[in-house]
Write a protein that binds this ligand. Structure first.
Ligand code: FAD
Length: 374
């Protein structure tokens, strides 16, 4: 990058704290980024590595086991990891997004029981909420349904059935996934935390991905899985999802911010001619990134995106375009070296960048919302 100050929010000294913690895993990730993208053998190590560096505690209050700061610091931390490895950053996103659901849940007992092992990285947290978010935007019906029953004098139970085709961070060693479900009795859709050890909770084999393979991404099937009310994150899914969406999408934007920052940095290692030719282009992309990040962080911290999701979606679209432009700039800056196996970072970042437009809310979903003016 031509200017180190671009792309980061003036977050006070906490931002340096984020970078310090992320640096602890940076060396590990840089040495393995290719492997994390192309095969799944290191999948079991990613979460513990991030957990040991304390990354999941960022933006979580200190009195419940976090290291303090706000959601903005967590976004910055995900961006910092995405500079090294999108696979690791995607795992981080899944974990931190689940933690965020717990932080915003009224179910304090569930939070107290799950948070310690999630923050340390012993337990994997996942969010299978694309379906719920699309439901919120009136694009898709919910794919899970819950049937209530209550033994006489007992607590409330539900039998859950259905499937979610894509969920990242479903660690075979143990996970808990947030999902949105309809209710057969006509009650409001709700959000549950589904632990892997419950009977009827089935994880597919890892999906045979072309990239991002060490992310434990699989389908999740619920076949008459029985959960009681202690697993309910929220009894009103639309309200809950609308409230948590800015933070979840903000965390996801961290992926784009980090990838853009990294591609723009490629100019640092190119020759003088390419550097001088591309400098203006790079500067303008840096300035654009800086502006988008400021708007994103300001909107999230003020809470205005809760009622005005379109503003947030616009920033998500701008970031998705910026990733592609910065990625092409890196192609220009790297030249033929990008085709040499020993310089495979660029090819990996091309694959990583290809993922950005499709994660929900995808570019197509947002454009279609804008076209419908909803
Ligand atoms: C590696 C990977 C990891 C993922 N991890 C997770 C995860 O952890 N949690 C999770 O919930 N999801 C996850 N997803 C799913 C992701 O968020 C998107 O929901 C999914 O990629 C969209 O693709 P699709 O196959 O469902 O698209 P299709 O349904 O085949 O649609 C094709 C295109 O149209 C868009 N589209 C679909 N329906 C509509 C509509 N009604 N209106 C407008 N546009 C529409 C899609 O976004 C896509 O761009 C993951 C996906 C990938 C590839």
């Amino acid at each position: 990058m031509l200017n180190d100050n671009f792309g980061v929010h003036p977050l006070t000294d906490q931002s340096a704290h984020v970078r310090f913690r992320a640096r602890e895993v940076s060396t590990w990730l840089q040495a393995r980024a290719e492997q994390l993208d192309l095969d799944r053998h290191l999948a079991s190590q990613v979460l513990p590595q991030l957990g040991q560096a304390g990354l999941f505690r960022i933006g979580v209050p200190t009195d419940i086991g976090g290291s303090g700061g706000t959601i903005l610091h967590a976004i910055d931390a995900i961006a910092t990891i995405a500079e090294d490895s999108m696979a690791a950053a995607l795992v981080f996103w899944g974990q931190r997004a689940f933690v965020e659901c717990l932080l915003q849940s009224e179910n304090t007992a569930l939070r107290a029981s799950l948070l310690p092992s999630l923050l340390s990285g012993e337990l994997a947290g996942a969010v299978g909420l694309s379906n719920g978010m699309k439901f919120l935007s009136k694009m898709e019906a919910l794919q899970l349904s819950a049937t209530a029953f209550r033994p006489v004098g007992g607590v409330q139970y539900w039998t859950l059935t259905g499937s979610i085709p894509w969920v990242t961070n479903l660690r075979p060693e143990g996970f808990v996934a947030a999902i949105a479900t309809d209710h057969t009795d006509g009650k409001q859709p709700s959000i549950f935390a589904v632990p892997n050890e419950i009977e009827g909770v089935i994880r597919s084999d890892d999906l045979d991905l072309v990239a991002l393979r060490a992310t434990n991404t699989a389908a999740l099937y619920l076949q008459k899985a029985v959960l009681d009310e202690s697993f309910q994150i929220a009894s009103n899914a639309p309200d809950f999802l609308a409230g948590v969406r800015p933070n979840l999408l903000g965390l996801q934007c961290g992926l784009s911010i980090g990838l853009t920052r990294r591609s723009l940095r490629s100019l640092d290692s190119t020759g003088p001619i390419a550097r001088s030719v591309l400098a203006d282009n790079c500067r303008s992309l840096e300035a654009e990134l800086h502006g988008i990040v400021l708007d994103l962080l300001d909107g999230i911290s003020s809470g205005e995106f809760i009622d005005k999701p379109k503003q947030l979606f616009s920033l998500r679209l701008l970031l998705a375009s910026l990733v592609q432009e910065a990625n092409i700039l890196e192609v220009h800056a790297t030249g033929g070296r990008g085709y040499i196996r020993g310089h495979a970072d660029l090819a990996r970042r091309r694959r990583e960048a290809a993922f950005i437009p499709i994660i929900t809310p995808s570019v197509v979903e947002i454009r279609s919302l804008f076209e419908k003016n909803e």
